[in-house]
Design a protein around this ligand. Structure first.
Ligand code: B12
Length: 167
């Protein structure tokens, strides 16, 4: 009887120690170790990072290019964007998949990529024209994000509008 109790206690202790090792790992989700390690623990889930299955979660986004100086005035493109992915990522994906969508950016040292041209039409400071970034949210509200394409993170079902505008 005494042997059985001590065996049971040993099993419990072993389980406890192993659990502690797994959940107090130094590797956090954001750490470089997390990205390097093929299999690490993160909170309560285990993820095989080598499969990159943790970024398979995508959602739809549509992009409208509005330019009243060309025909057609509106062009709409649809894509899937990575969960919490930036708008620039979605735009790159559309450019890769769709021959009619092109864009260029210029890196600003403080604010990141500035959208210079869309579909071959550049903004021109001497004419006070630029590509404005607008977003129609799922509930219909239109917003003007206070960050650029490199920082804006579209919500599921956002309609992003790149509008050739004057300032
Ligand atoms: C004037 C201005 C503009 C003008 C610039 C025209 C010009 N050639 O002068 C116009 C109207 C084009 C503009 C557009 C936008 N702007 Co602006 N703009 C400003 C403002 C008021 C002053 C900039 C300035 O002249 N600085 C002085 C000069 C000497 O410094 P500079 O570094 O050379 O300035 C350049 C950059 O600021 C750049 N620039 C301007 N806006 C933006 C935005 C982004 C994302 C980038 C990368 C660069 C950039 O243009 C300036 C002239 O070349 C600042 C706010 C502020 N008080 O600083 C906001 C500001 C820089 N803009 C901002 C934003 C969000 C935008 C837009 C994304 C808005 C939108 N939703 O469309 C767009 C950019 C879209 C795109 N095409 O990528 C934000 C950037 C914040 C961030 N962390 O990204 C700021 C800080 C205002 C804010 N909301 O707080 N903007």
């Amino acid at each position: 009887m005494g042997f059985k109790v001590s065996a049971l206690l040993s099993v419990f202790m072993l389980t406890y120690l192993l659990t502690a090792m797994v959940f107090t790992s130094d590797q956090t989700c954001g750490s470089p170790d997390f990205a390097r390690s093929p299999k690490v623990s993160c909170g309560i889930w285990h993820q095989d990072v080598s499969t990159r299955s943790y970024i398979q979660d995508t959602h739809p986004m549509s992009l409208v290019v509005y330019n009243p100086t060309v025909t057609p005035v509106n062009m709409t493109y649809n894509t899937n964007i990575a969960h919490r992915g930036i708008l620039l990522g979605g735009m790159r994906r559309i450019q890769k998949d769709n021959k009619t969508f092109t864009f260029t950016t210029e890196e600003h040292p403080d604010y990141g990529p500035f959208l210079v041209s869309v579909n071959g039409v550049p903004g021109d400071p001497s004419k006070h024209t630029y590509w404005e970034l607008l977003v129609t949210l799922k509930n219909g509200t239109e917003i003007r994000p206070n960050v650029g394409v490199g920082c804006y993170i579209p919500n599921p079902y956002d309609k992003v509008i790149l509008k050739f505008s004057k300032w």
